[in-house]
Design a protein around this ligand. Sequence first.
Ligand code: FAD
Ligand code: 2HG
Ligand code: ZN
Length: 484
Amino acid sequence: LKRDERFNKLTQEHVDYFRGILGSESAVIDGVTNDKAADDIEPFNADWMRKYRGHCQLVLKPGSTDDVSKILKYCNENSLAVVPQGGNTGLVGGSVPVFDEIVISMSRMNKIIDFDEVGGTLVAEAGTILEVADQFLASKGYIFPLDLGAKGSCQIGGNLATNAGGLRLLRYGSLHGTVLGIEAVLPDGTVLDDLCKLRKNNTGYDLKQLFIGAEGTLGIITKVSIQCPQRSKAQNVAFFGLESYELAQQAFREAKGQLSEILSAFELMDGGSQELVVKVTNNKRPLEGEYPFYCLIETSGSNAEHDGAKLETFLEDVMEKGIVADGTLAENETQIRALWGWREGITEALSHLGGTYKYDVSIPLADMYQLVEDTRARVDAAGLLGDTDEHPVRAVVGYGHMGDANLHLNISTRRFDKRVEECLEPFVYEWIQARQGSISAEHGLGLQKKKYISYSRNDTAVQLMRRVKSMFDPNGIMNPYKYI
Ligand code: FAD
Ligand code: 2HG
Ligand code: ZN
């Protein structure tokens, strides 16, 4: 990948202009004229996985939509490339620069603007941290319709930009359904005010949808309006061990049938992923024995006792039928959190063990886990997998949102290694293409899957995306070098 020479390099004059707009000292981190800023800029150049690294020298932190508009207008007129950055928790290298693009960090735009307590519509600035939005909603008896392990750092603007899926999509659906409106700034500084608060609005093209999942390539989302459901009074969680993936599928069918309207999550973890969590956290496992597969079920309803009894009956039934080998139910909030930790904590645990190659795929359930087995066999046959230091790969594991047919294939390595990457790519993408799956169920394409979009999208679709991109961003300043 080479730097695109159409983009200008930053000068003192540019920096002075941005300082003039943003005023406050802390809103500009300037490594262009100040060598000492390098340490402050570093976190904006490194992604969450430490896999991708940019060389940006200037970070701008706008405080308002007007600031964003002035910044982008100037960048567009002066051919300066930019990367919008939210919480920088993205897992495909989309949130960090590749070369010297300016980072536009949304962290200061974090106000909750409005909440309709009857309708459940929340309007907030894009830089609001997901967990902060959810806690605000909890105080009103509502819930944010998205939840994920990075909630303490990711921002709702970043969630929209990646169309994050998360742990409760099964219940509340995708952001394409729950987002009611957005305000966004286009690359030329124009503000698109589509901050609709209505559930129903069939007036022409639904433009906001283009920004949901665009990964910052069309403009910067500055405000979000979203439909939030009532927070369930009762939450129950069960965790169980199973002897095979076939049995996990049967358990899913039973859960849908028996728990129907109260089922809010059905998550899968293989034995390998849980072993790595134990290795890092040293926590006591929730079940006595060890199993090749585990599932976590969450129910959300209006009556804890009633839901608990339903879940207990379900567990007894699936154990009697020999589907589930062993299981446990959380008895209080602390136990609920602890059980969720075994699922939500996998990504974090793996990050302490070296580099992880991540594939976020969607394939019909029947075939889903086979990908993990085939990948493990391939890495092993290449002599890369082993318990000792000479082997770069420690483990090939799978887990994910089984309820949404979304698998996270993770290859945990002692260090990122070109040989491992060559063994995995394009193998994994070809495997998915052969089954008409998606090479990105929820994390997006970013830089990681730049070359591979055609494994999931045909030429016509990709060409149309290019035309949309050039209509919105004719000078290509928005998040360049990434997938489009
Ligand atoms: P960033 O990482 O900062 O940015 C992501 C992309 O969005 C970049 O391309 C960036 O340019 C763009 N962007 C950010 N803000 C804006 C904006 N305001 N306007 C326009 N573009 C913008 N993802 C899931 O889907 N499901 C999960 O369950 C899940 N779990 C995770 C767990 C962990 C521990 C971690 C580290 C990540 C997880 N992710 C998950 C991945 C990630 O996509 C989400 O964390 C989140 O949606 C990214 O939000 P962010 O604010 O950190 O965005
Ligand atoms: C999850 O579901 C996230 O935990 C992250 O989407 C998955 O790290 C991963 O591969
Ligand atoms: Zn996920």
